[in-house]
Every structure is written in structure tokens, then in C-alpha cells.
Design a protein around this ligand. Structure first.
Ligand code: ATP
Ligand code: MG
Length: 438
């Protein structure tokens, strides 16, 4: 935002400078260089002496009178060859000189003028130029006046612009803050602007957009929640009916089918429970924070999953100072067990679980030696229902909700979870939790 206004100020300053240069250039083109005019006036004493006294002399007397002038004036007057004078002057000034005009050189505080045009004053006088130096020329006061004018114009433009833009700036800053907060997931924030503010229409539109997004998200979550909820009753009825059927039929031929149906129903049940959990985390992730021993909890979590982990070699490494943490134990262990289940599904044989304290954070990493997750999918695997390779997952089962739930649980604690490539090409999930977990 600052950059926007700095650029605006720079543009205004640039415009004023360009305008000043353009004015100076056009005055010079149409009316002659104003600084030369000033210098001519300041050197008018010497010029007058030359034209009214020296030039009025007869042919033999011209040099005598010039020498007299040399004695009385402070300026240094010399005669130089015409060619040398031409070398020192620009094209336009050379033309002026050839016409016999007085040619000013403001920076050198001097002027040039040909002795005469037809060599009447002395032999070769048409080939000589009179150069008057160290003239009493001082254009500094004029330049200072111009500078003052420039500063006043700049201030008269910049001050109102600064006052006008500062209100926009504050408004835009406030809008940017609201947009940041909204982007960070605080869907209730709205821009607070009064109707008199210039950015009011923009803020209104932003607020409308925010309200709509919030409503859409709420509707989506509600839908998911309601559908999952509604599914529970028919599933329960099916379970009940199946049980009745099993008792009534007592037919060994139907037994395998019944078992398959039971497996399907329990899968449906699991899906609904997961969905409801996800919905709960989405709607209000109220944490039940208590102090607990993290190392112990991790060990309990691993023990409770022994049945899925038996096929693998699990190495645990917890730093000694892990100690107690304040967090929602159930939710945190849910996230870890989801990761452990995944590792058990995809590992070839080895799994590593590490936890340590680092810079006010607790880092928990879980790595396996399985196929890993390609870099392009490492963000998407945390989306609900997202699974990588469907053929692979058909064997491994799952709904694609485990990582979505794990991320929500970790984020509810103010932490974050990422996945990278592990040492042996498998997936390495890293959870980092702030120590003062909320
Ligand atoms: P659910 O956890 O709901 O039972 P799931 O395990 O398929 O199902 P997620 O845990 O969300 O779903 O994982 C999403 C996808 O990420 C998985 O389907 C799998 O393709 C990939 N994935 C997760 N963990 C690993 C891992 N350790 N190694 C390789 N791929 C993984
Ligand atoms: Mg999973």
C-alpha cells in the first residue's frame, strides 16, 4: 500500500519538474533564454561603454579607447581570433556572433562580440573578437527565486494531495487488514467504514462478498453435516434388519452374503462418523485443553494401534524434555493415529515416529519407507475425500478423510502439518505445534 502512495508522490514531483523544464524550454525558444536576459542587463554597463564610447571612435582611435576602458573597468577584456571564439560557441551563438551581436556566456560570466564586420577599425579587425570576462554577472538570485517558486508550487500541490490521499490510505489499509483476516479464516470480520468515506462503496462490496462466501461455506458444511446425520438412521435400521434376518433365516448359505453386507454397513457407519467428526471440527473447533504427558500419550497411541502396526518395524525417538503439553489430548492423538494408520498402510516395512522440542514448538514427525507422496499432491492430500492413486487405494481402503481431519485438528491448536519426502523416499509428515497450544 505504501508503495502505491510513494509512487503517486513521485509521479506528482516528476510532473512538476517536467512542467518546470517545459516552461523554461518554451520561454527560451519563443523569447530567448531568461538567464541570458538577466546577464545582459547585469553586463549592460560594459556593453554600453563598448557601443557608445569605443565604437564611436574614428578608425585609428578605436584600440586606444578600448585600452582606456580596459584600465577603468574590473572586467578583463581581450581580443581573440574569430576562429577561436567560434570554437567555444554553439551553432546558434556562432550565427549571432557572425551577425555582429553581443553573445553572452552566462556560466563563464563573459560575452563575445566581433570588433567589426568589414575590417574598418584596424587591419584584420574583422577577424578578431572582443572577449569580455569576469563581468559582474550573478544569476544565483534569479535561480533562487525560481527554486522558491518551484517549492511553493510543489507544496501547494502535494499538501492537499497528501491530506486527500491519507484518508484513502487509512481506508485501504483497513480493507487490506480485513481481507487478510478473512483469508486467514475469520469469516465474521467485516470492513467498518462510514458512509462518508471515499472507499465506502468498495468496502460495501467487499462486505457483501464476505457475507456471501460465509453463507455458502456454512451451507456447504450444513449440507455435509445434515446428510451424514440423516444417513445414520437408515444405517441403524439396516443393521437391525440384518440382525433380524440372520436370526430368522439361520441359513448357512446366506451367511457369507450377510457378512459382506455387515462389512458394508460398518464401512458406511465409519464414513458417517468420520464425516460428522470433520463437520464438528469445521463448525466449532472448541478444544478441551488439559495438561498431559506427550511422550506417554504418543506411546499409548502407538500401543492402541499395535494390530495395524504389527507388520512393520516402528522406531520411536522422543526427546527427553518433551514433558507435559497443554492441548486437546483426544484430538491431537486422533491426528497422530490417522498418520500412523496411513504409515501402516503404505510403509514397506519401517516407520519412524519422532518428537522433540524446538524453538518454542513441538515438532512431531512420522516417516515411512513407502511410495511417498509426489510433490504436486502434497497439498491436495489434505483435502477431504482426496486420494492419490485409486487402484492403490482400493486395496488399502479408506475414504480420504484421515489427513483432512488431522490437519483441522492440528490447525485448531494453532499448529501446522506438512508432508515432505522422507529419507527413504517415503512420506514424512511433520506436525509443528506452538508450545502454548490454545
Ligand atoms: P481414511 O484415512 O479416510 O481412511 P485415506 O487414508 O485414503 O482414507 P487420507 O488419510 O486422508 O485418506 O490420505 C489421503 C491420501 O494420501 C491417501 O489416499 C494416500 O493416497 C495418500 N497418503 C496418505 N498417507 C500416505 C503415506 N504415508 N504414504 C503414501 N501416501 C499416503
Ligand atoms: Mg488415512
Amino acid at each position: 500500500m505504501n508503495r502505491l502512495f510513494l509512487r503517486f508522490f513521485a509521479l506528482v514531483m516528476l510532473s512538476i519538474s517536467v512542467a518546470t523544464i517545459a516552461i523554461y524550454a518554451s520561454i527560451t525558444i519563443f523569447f530567448g533564454d531568461p538567464l541570458e536576459e538577466v546577464a545582459l542587463q547585469q553586463a549592460s554597463g560594459q556593453i554600453l561603454l563598448l557601443t557608445e564610447y569605443v565604437d564611436q571612435a574614428g578608425p585609428n582611435e578605436w584600440l586606444t579607447r578600448l585600452n582606456k576602458i580596459r584600465e577603468i573597468t574590473h572586467a578583463r577584456i581581450e581580443l581573440i581570433p574569430l576562429q577561436m571564439a567560434q570554437q567555444k560557441l554553439t551553432k546558434t551563438k556562432q550565427a549571432q556572433l557572425m551577425r555582429g551581436d553581443v553573445v553572452m556566456d552566462v556560466t563563464a560570466k563573459s560575452f563575445y562580440r566581433r570588433v567589426d564586420l568589414n575590417g574598418e577599425r584596424y587591419i584584420g579587425s574583422d577577424e578578431e573578437v572582443l572577449l569580455a570576462q569576469e563581468l559582474p554577472i550573478d544569476v544565483a538570485p534569479v535561480l533562487k527565486t525560481e527554486l522558491l517558486r518551484y517549492i511553493i508550487v510543489a507544496l501547494c500541490l502535494l499538501i492537499p494531495i497528501a491530506v486527500w490521499s491519507s484518508s484513502h490510505w487509512r481506508g485501504l489499509q483497513a480493507l487490506a487488514k480485513v481481507a487478510d483476516e478473512f483469508g486467514a479464516g475469520h469469516l465474521k470480520v467485516r470492513a467498518q467504514t462510514s458512509e462518508r468515506d471515499s472507499i465506502y462503496p468498495l468496502a460495501q462490496r467487499m462486505n457483501q462478498m464476505a457475507t456471501r462466501i460465509e453463507a455458502l461455506l456454512a451451507a456447504q458444511k450444513n449440507l455435509l453435516h445434515s446428510v451424514s446425520h440423516e444417513l445414520r438412521t437408515p444405517i441403524a435400521r439396516l443393521e437391525f434388519a440384518l440382525e433380524l434376518l440372520r436370526n430368522a433365516a439361520k441359513n448357512p448359505q446366506l451367511e457369507p452374503r450377510m457378512q459382506a453386507m455387515e462389512a458394508d454397513i460398518s464401512e458406511l457407519n465409519a464414513l458417517v462418523s468420520e464425516l460428522l467428526d470433520l463437520g464438528k471440527l469445521d463448525q466449532d473447533a472448541r478444544l478441551d485443553c488439559r495438561e498431559f504427558d506427550l511422550g506417554k500419550s504418543l506411546n499409548n497411541c502407538v500401543n492402541s494401534l499395535q494390530h495395524v502396526l504389527v507388520a512393520h518395524q516402528l522406531e520411536t525417538d522422543f526427546s527427553v524434555d518433551l514433558g507435559n503439553v497443554r492441548a486437546d489430548q483426544r484430538l491431537l492423538m486422533r491426528a497422530i493415529s490417522n498418520l500412523l494408520r496411513n504409515a501402516a498402510k503404505y510403509a514397506n516395512g519401517r516407520i519412524w515416529l519422532r518428537a522433540r522440542k524446538l524453538d518454542g514448538n513441538i515438532d512431531i514427525s512420522l516417516e515411512d519407507d513407502g511410495p511417498g507422496i509426489p510433490a504436486s499432491e502434497r497439498e491436495r492430500v489434505f483435502d477431504a475425500f482426496y486420494r492419490l492413486d485409486r487402484s492403490r487405494d482400493r486395496n488399502t481402503g479408506g475414504f480420504g478423510l484421515g489427513l483432512a481431519i488431522a490437519r483441522k485438528a492440528i490447525e485448531a491448536h494453532g499448529g501446522q502439518i506438512i508432508v515432505q519426502e522422507g529419507q527413504f523416499g517415503g512420506a514424512r509428515f511433520i506436525i509443528s505445534l506452538p508450545l502454548q497450544a490454545q
